[in-house]
Design a protein. Structure first.
Length: 350
């Protein structure tokens, strides 16, 4: 006869499961970005996949492969192409010491500063270049990690699409939520993902394009490069674009081109910043919206973990966390009401 009760054996099994789960999670921390990318892409591609398979009756495997190839062409290749362009340009600027000296010379004449402030500005510009370079994935030094991460992501994504019904049933069964809360979380997660990835991505592209066109029309150098940089940092709402157009405009004013400088400031504050509010309002009516505070804090959390992808993944993780807290509070309140009803003697409910 066993010395352990049924409940004790279950508790030991639970401890072993939790310990093994923590060990597996720790072992997978290096590919967490690929797993999160898979989840995001699955959320985005799922409606198109279901439409083509269930409505158009396309073959499941062929449909999954076509969607994966489409995502590579529309998302992966442009992202790494733009990243390479940014890295190349930043490397050129870092090696061009005359460029930094010219900037400091112009700033010094525009806003008189002491030698200590000048030294701080020099160090800041140098460290900023190194920091930005580290954010973007290098196609040379990190080629293996990039290829491995993409292969893993698309391997997982293929089977998640092809076996989506089995996957979603298993998630509903084993997720530590009631069924209605599990479906609610899935729906809210879909809206959050669309709002942050599709919605904020659209806003960033529009702001980057507007700044690039403004730079081109006003005769600024490298309008395409600065438009791409603006598109990336525009994932930080309100704060993003001014980081680019304010210093650029001040440098133009210091360089004697007052019209180009003041015109850029006017376009930046009147058009580029406000287009964020207009598009955000339109997107919120369709798929919801993420509060700017959550976005900013999420970016601060995400960049150290994922590099430039943290602009997207950080706010998503924080939004998912807050959503789980809301669902937990709802479940706790429902359980408390149920327990209160059970304690009421029969006949005294009314």
């Amino acid at each position: 006869m066993s010395l352990l009760s049924y409940k004790q054996r279950n508790n030991i099994n639970l401890i072993i499961i939790v310990a093994l789960g923590c060990l597996i999670a720790y072992s997978l921390h290096g590919i967490f970005g690929s797993i999160l990318s898979t989840l995001v892409l699955y959320t985005i591609l799922r409606p198109s996949y279901l439409y083509l398979v269930e409505v158009k009756h396309w073959n499941r495997k062929v449909t999954a492969i076509l969607l994966l190839l489409t995502s590579i062409v529309l998302i992966v290749l442009p992202f790494y192409g733009l990243s390479s362009m940014v890295l190349t340009k930043i490397d050129e600027l870092q090696n061009d010491h005359i460029y930094y000296k010219n900037i400091l010379f112009k700033l010094k004449h525009l806003v008189p500063v002491g030698s200590d402030v000048q030294r701080l500005i020099e160090e800041g510009l140098s460290k900023m270049g190194v920091w930005v370079t580290e954010l973007f994935p290098s196609l040379i030094s990190g080629a293996f990690n990039i290829v491995f991460g993409l292969m893993l992501m698309y391997f997982l994504l293929y089977f998640m699409l092809v076996e989506n019904e089995t996957l979603e049933k298993a998630l509903v069964k084993y997720v530590p939520l009631r069924e209605q809360n599990a479906y609610r979380f899935a729906e809210e997660m879909r809206n959050t993902t669309y709002a942050n990835v599709v919605g904020q991505g659209l806003i960033s592209l529009v702001q980057g394009a507007l700044l690039s066109l403004s730079f081109f029309a006003l005769g600024y150098n490298d309008p395409l490069f600065w438009g791409v940089i603006t598109a990336f940092i525009s994932f930080v709402p309100v704060l993003g674009p001014p980081i680019i157009f304010i210093p650029a405009a001040l440098l133009q004013i210091a360089n004697g081109q007052a019209f180009a400088g003041w015109a850029m400031l006017a376009v930046g504050f009147v058009v580029i910043i406000n287009i964020d509010n207009v598009l955000r309002f339109m997107i919120a009516k369709k798929v919801g919206n993420i509060h700017p505070i959550i976005t900013v804090i999420g970016v601060v959390i995400g960049i150290p973990l994922f590099g430039i992808l943290g602009l997207v993944f950080g706010p998503l993780l924080l939004s998912y966390f807050i959503l789980l807290i809301k669902i937990y509070e709802t479940s706790a309140m429902a359980s408390e009401r149920l327990e209160r009803i059970k304690t009421i003697p029969t006949g005294e409910e009314f």
